[in-house]
Design a protein around this ligand. Sequence first.
Ligand code: AMP
Length: 303
Amino acid sequence: MSLLVVGSIAFDSIKSPFGEVEGVVGGSATYFSLAASYLAPVRLVSVVGKDFPQEIIRMLSARSIDTKGLKIADGETFRWKGYYEYDLNTAHTVKTELNVFRDFAPVLPEEYRDSTYVFLGNIDPRLQMEILSQVRKPAMVALDTMNYWIENRPEPLREAIGKADIVIFNESEIREISGEYNLVKAARTVMGWGPGRVVIKRGEYGVLHLSDGTMFAAPAYPLETIFDPTGAGDSFAGGFMGYLASRDGSDLTDMDYRIATMYGSAIASFTVEAFSTERLQNLSPDDIALRVDAFRALTEFRV
Ligand code: AMP
């Protein structure tokens, strides 16, 4: 099994109704890698500036995350500033500073080129395609994005979506991309561009997973303490892809995709309990197994 991710590594400044943090570690690739690393080894492709702390890179490497594909470039690390109102489902971007991502020309380490599972995390779609073109024979390609890229790079994004098997979007993103308000119609429109599966993240309302002929809905875990939803989507994607990669070699069934959805939901439910990656860094396999069980209890019924 080999799970490759490309995405952002960031310093985030976030305000939520429950507090405020400045310059904490974030980014789509960071959340994804940490979440997936509980289920499968990860190969990370990203770029940071010289200002990025070495101890964070060591922390990632210590968790079966291969950081050979992480470039340390002259310049400053990507920065994102955002806030949430009481509706924690919507992140409002205040500022995006691409910094070292502006001139990033990724070259995959030779040993990454045989990766079978690929996650094209939220980043410039031209970089997503550049990475994908260097993977010899990917068996499964999943893609995420954000309103920033939908608005700033619509054409490359549409092309990248056409190369993906699965897209993992939140509900406002899929509505914006497809021009359809109804989520089932929006998913059908996007599936018409190539992907066979669409996973729609709906924040505190959970996840809707559609493919040709199947639909699966998972709730979000009803938590009492939510501090910061940042990274929930990428943590979901990490748990989801990590589970699928861990089943490498077997023919994936519809039930595998359902279980993957529950692992993604379970891991994401921890991310939001603290700011930044704090909670995600300190999980045990038991924590995750117990939360998956709690999801089972939450949704089980018999007629
Ligand atoms: P999410 O899982 O959707 O909450 O993603 C949160 C992460 O996305 C944050 O840690 C940000 O650093 C990162 N991010 C925000 N805007 C962008 C962007 N335009 N491109 C790449 N990453 C971003």
